[in-house]
Design a protein around this ligand. Structure first.
Ligand code: EPZ
Length: 432
């Protein structure tokens, strides 16, 4: 397995291009299953999760074409997807265990073909992550759901029916899945307490381009008038707010200055507010955000994760790392997932001062210095937090299990090297 080696202590300066969002691209790819025409997605990030989703769709019978592209000043990928007729309606265990987001095929396949068999994703490193809300909602739309041998067998006679669904809690995945199911259902569906993440709005915009009738985009109540058929469309994937937020922290933690090009300030209001409160200078200019922490003494602030527009759980680990370099104490509270402090024991090995209380909160005290170490994390964002700590630690940090980072950070070492970091990938084959 590859590793990343960092020599800490460089203040990062320059520009970083922000890629298309992984968590938007994954449901957008699955939306292509709703039509027999071609759906083209531009500004696609080059990530292992995208490859994994593409492999799953190919297995279902989708024809995929890949093109090199140049969008807003940086090289990217465009993919076109055409599922003239699905050749399989099963998402097998081997695909789903590698990537939970495989469950996004459920809503579209059930809506278009009246049937889907999906391996039930298990829990994962950050929590139990059940699918009960997805399945209860589909049952309210007339689906029969059976769970047997680790698989969900979902079917519907004729067609899904519109329903008034009130989600018991805010779920990004359930909102996307049910939205994709509802666009081809018979009649009107109302989704209350829907998640409002920008990635969901991006999905709704693509679906409307395909001929869906969705109202209330960006709010917690989505109203969908089902249509009989959807057409093809072309869509540019929204910028990755979590990638942008992660590099914003890279600028702040190294007391550097980075311009995040193609980042969308409205998707990052809460994290940018926290950075400003800590003492970082931030300039927003259209689709660019400059994070300037040169010469700053930062003050620790409390953060609590919440559904959008609150502080994102996917930036909790990175901000926790930042608080280690700030004056005073900060309380970090995680309300979305029950096991999302796995970065803490590894940060402690680098000299951090953090006390975790139960599963939900951590008190972080600023320390004078962190020291480089061999570390590893069990999820994507926790792994990035270790990279951040490595950027300011004295000496050398080796981050193991790099495949987590490859799932969600496009060309990570190249982007960080471009702003002056001393970082390199050690390929498994380079090792003795
Ligand atoms: C999405 O996961 C993201 N993944 C996650 O990003 C992100 O952390 C999360 O939303 C929250 O923002 C993708 O978009 C592919 P949820 P998702 O359903 O949809 C509970 C990353 O690092 N729940 O909003 O799985 C659930 O257990 C990843 O990029 C149920 O109880 O999250 C959790 O506690 C990690 N029953 C809470 O809701 C259900 O049926 C929110 O989960 C569904 C969810």
């Amino acid at each position: 397995m590859d590793k990343i080696k960092i020599k800490g202590g460089k203040s990062l300066e320059g520009k970083i291009y922000i890629s298309g969002a992984k968590n938007a691209a994954l449901p957008l790819i699955c939306a292509s299953l709703l039509t027999d025409e071609t759906v083209t997605l531009t500004n696609m990030p080059m990530l292992s999760d995208i490859k994994a989703m593409n492999a799953l769709l190919e297995q279902l019978g989708t024809k995929i074409d890949e093109f090199d592209d140049f969008v807003d000043g940086h090289s990217t990928k465009t993919y076109s997807y055409r599922t003239k007729e699905a050749t399989s309606l099963t998402a097998p265990y081997d695909y789903v265990r590698k990537m939970r987001a495989s469950y996004y095929v459920l809503g579209p396949l059930l809506a278009r073909y009246g049937k889907c068999e999906l391996s039930l994703p298990g829990g994962c490193a950050i929590g139990a992550r059940p699918m009960d809300i997805h399945l209860n909602s589909l049952e309210q739309m007339g689906a029969n759901i059976e769970i047997k041998n680790g698989y969900i067998y979902a079917s519907v006679e004729k067609r899904l029916k519109g329903a008034h669904i009130i989600f018991p809690l805010v779920s990004v995945g359930a909102t996307c899945n049910i939205l994709m199911a509802a666009v081809l259902a018979e009649g009107r569906t109302i989704l209350e307490n829907a998640a409002k993440e920008p990635e969901i709005s991006d999905l709704a915009h693509l679906l409307n381009k395909m001929g869906a009738k969705i109202d209330g985009i960006g709010t917690s109540i989505l109203t969908i008038e089902g249509v009989d058929k959807l057409n093809g469309a072309t869509h540019k994937v929204i910028a990755d707010r979590i990638e942008a937020g992660s590099y914003a922290v890279a600028a702040a933690i190294t007391r550097g200055c980075i311009e995040l090009v193609n980042a969308l300030p409205f998707t990052l209001k809460r994290p940018l507010h926290i950075l400003r409160d800590m003492g970082v200078k931030i300039t927003e200019n259209g689709n660019s955000i400059t994070i300037d922490a040169r010469g700053c003494t930062l003050i620790g602030k409390d953060i609590m994760t919440e559904p959008f527009p609150g502080f994102p759980t996917d930036l909790q680990a990175q901000f926790l790392a930042l608080m280690l370099t700030a004056d005073g104490a900060s309380m970090v509270t995680e309300t979305i997932f029950e096991n999302r402090f796995m970065h803490v024991p590894e940060l402690l090995r680098m000299g951090a001062n953090i006390n975790v209380h139960g599963h939900a909160s951590a008190i972080v005290r600023g320390v004078k210095r962190l020291s480089g170490a061999q570390v590893m994390a069990t999820d994507l964002r926790a792994s990035f937090a270790l990279i951040l700590a490595g950027l300011v630690a004295e000496g050398e940090t080796i981050v193991n299990r790099v495949y987590h980072l490859d799932r969600g950070y496009e060309r990570l070492e190249e982007k960080l090297r471009g702003v002056g970091a001393d970082i390199e990938r050690i390929k498994e084959s380079d090792e003795e």
